[in-house]
Write a protein that binds this ligand. Sequence first.
Ligand code: PEP
Ligand code: MN
Length: 258
Amino acid sequence: MVENLLLNSLKFKTLSELFNISDSFHIISGPCAIESDIQAEAVAEFLSKTGLHFMRGGAFKPRTSPYTFQGLGKEGMRTLRYVCDKYSLKAVTELLDIRMLETTLQYADIVQIGSRSMQNFPLLTEIGKTNKPVLLKRGFMSTLDELHLAAEYILKGGNENLILCERGIRSFENSTRNMLDFGSIALTKHYSSVPIIADLSHSLGRKDIIIPIARAIKAVGADGIMVEVHPTPECALSDCEQQLNFSEFHELLKAIRD
Ligand code: PEP
Ligand code: MN
């Protein structure tokens, strides 16, 4: 039996190699959710003018309450694909339900497996049978070992186009939404060549300290960051406290490029 593909065996492609781009520190940004054609296009145009290569946007949202906005579904994926094609961006969106596998493969350049699905083993097994790049987020109640073993389900099927994402874990501290685990990034980089990024928005749940945290994440050796950006965050249908507006996003870019 082959074990520990993540830690011992495989030489992984970097994000630059996967997508033929030259950046060494990657920024995956976009709204929490695709809300409308106008909102999605405003973000895509902004990101492409800013020289970025990826756009994220949820279409099927895993919300704690079933009474809150659940995403536009398939229509949202179609919109994300349309604006990404128009502005030459790579589309990143979450696969929440195995029944949406084919649709997501059709519309996404990177399939995101969200924190709540990290141990959805049938989902991991199915995505492992494809060669679509996968962004696997750490479960907020999962250990680093459990993240690495979840990754094995994807690798075992033969899909080596993997990117991990540290997105913070639950702790007693409540000044940030989750506690961003810098150690998991350092350890993953130390023992594996798999790319790993940090999701600043869902870990912090706030935006006032995003610049120092982004600098620290870069210093610890992450391959990039995920950040939510919205034309009018105060009106966003989900995660309105943590999404950056365009001028805040520019400030962040300036700070991490300095
Ligand atoms: C997201 O990135 O849209 C998201 C829901 O994040 P997480 O799965 O990390 O909570
Ligand atoms: Mn969000």
